[in-house]
Structure formats: C-alpha cells, structure tokens
Design a protein around this ligand. Structure first.
Ligand SMILES: [Zn+2]
Length: 70
C-alpha cells in the first residue's frame, strides 16, 4: 500500500506560519488525508527529519530539511 511519491513534498513546502489544520489535501490524490510530522534534531538546530504521508492513497516522503521556527 505505501509507496514513495515526491508529489506529496509539495504539502510540506506549502506550510507557513504554523501549518494550519490537518489532515490536508494530498497533492497526489486530492483527498484530505495528508499529514506531516516534523522532528527537530536538536532544540537549537535548524535541521530536522520530515515525514509526509497520505492515509488515502498511501503515498509518502521522508527527508531531512530546514524545519520551521514554529
Ligand atoms: Zn493521497
């Protein structure tokens, strides 16, 4: 069921100022079943690990990134 799909990274790129409500619309299938989990490596670090996935179509992406201040 789960498969990597870079299209869902667009959801992470669209997050601004706190992220808003979830689940969000999935860029791959259009259903409102997409989630984001952000883990900051260190409290003072600008970098972290990101998981983005959709419960509806099963697409996901996992990557390191600059994480939002919020
Ligand atoms: Zn989807």
């Amino acid at each position: 069921m789960w498969h990597e799909d870079d299209r869902i990274i667009e959801l992470y790129k669209s997050l601004e100022n706190g992220g808003g409500q979830f689940p969000r619309e999935c860029p791959a299938c259009g259903q409102s079943h997409a989630h984001v989990l952000i883990y900051r490596f260190e409290p003072s670090s600008l970098r972290g690990a990101v998981w983005v996935w959709c419960d509806s179509c099963g697409c996901y992406a996992h990557f390191d990134a600059l994480v939002p201040v919020w």
